[in-house]
Design a protein around this ligand. Structure first.
Ligand code: ADE
Length: 263
């Protein structure tokens, strides 16, 4: 069984890359794919780049060229609910593209479906947002991995001074809706709009729903692990920059290691 591991930027997955026992490397479409053994599992790791196009391209190569059996995306997100703090962990259960809007032909947030002419939509066709789903088994494994990491490993995996610097004691873990778009969200106004239109929203980021769509089209199980780096508000840029530079990769390594150890 081969697992595809994707991260948007080097800083988000560099400790995972250090731990990979690389057996081969291939460049496709300007991206390097690192194949090898990671915590005893056969994996392919790729740094996709930010955004929907980059991550969808990387996921497609993972599936078609490297024949992965599942894809795990890991990285950071903006926290979209008031209870979430920096360092909390979100395991995506559903994914929506918050910047797709083909109204009035389709609903706001609806991905125009494949194989249906927009001029011949029958009476049964529902105009509603499109939610792509995580694979339930992988989602559960990701949630348990996050719990193991927080309960048993965080203090060994992350230097104490960094945990102090980011005021992280015991991160919260939740499952829920992730909204994806080609925008770095940094205003309370935009967040309020998304929160009111997308009930249950937990996090905002720039790749999850794109990879979820590719995985859905290819029937490949998908999971997404996100750590809250900022609150998508006026201080988001500063908070995100510090988090990604200093601590992001310790989180992703700890959670992915726990997940692969139990797959
Ligand atoms: N990833 C991390 N923080 C984010 C934000 N505020 N908006 C979009 N993607 C993010």
């Amino acid at each position: 069984m081969r697992t595809g591991i994707l991260g948007a930027s080097k800083e988000e997955v560099e400790h995972i890359l250090e731990d990979l026992k690389e057996s081969s490397r291939e460049t496709i479409g300007s991206r390097d794919y690192f194949a090898g053994s990671l915590y005893g599992q056969d994996v392919v790791l790729n740094i996709s780049g930010w955004g929907k196009v980059a991550s969808a391209s990387a996921a497609t190569a993972m599936i078609l060229r490297f024949e992965v059996d599942s894809i795990i995306f890991c990285g950071l997100c903006g926290g979209a609910s008031a209870e979430l703090n920096i360092g909390d962990i979100i395991i995506g259960s559903k994914f929506v593209q918050h910047d797709i809007d083909a109204q009035p032909i389709f609903a706001k947030y609806q991905v125009p479906p494949l194989g249906i002419s927009c001029f011949k939509m029958g009476p049964d066709f529902k105009k509603e947002p499109t939610y792509f789903k995580a694979d339930p088994v992988l989602q559960k494994a990701a949630f348990q991995a996050a719990q193991n990491f927080v309960t048993n490993n965080i203090n060994e995996d992350i230097p104490t001074d960094l945990l102090k610097q980011f005021n992280i004691i015991k991160p919260g873990i939740c499952e829920g809706l992730i909204a994806t778009g080609d925008q770095f969200i940094r205003s309370a106004e935009k967040m309020n709009e998304l929160q009111s239109e997308l009930p249950g929203l937990k996090g905002v980021e720039m790749e999850g729903a794109a990879v979820a769509q590719v995985c859905a089209h290819h029937a490949v199980p998908f999971a997404c692990i996100r750590i809250v780096s900022d609150k998508a508000d006026h201080s988001a840029v500063i908070d995100f920059a510090a988090f990604i530079k200093e601590i992001a990769s310790y989180f992703t390594r700890g959670i992915v290691r726990n997940m692969l150890n139990h797959l």
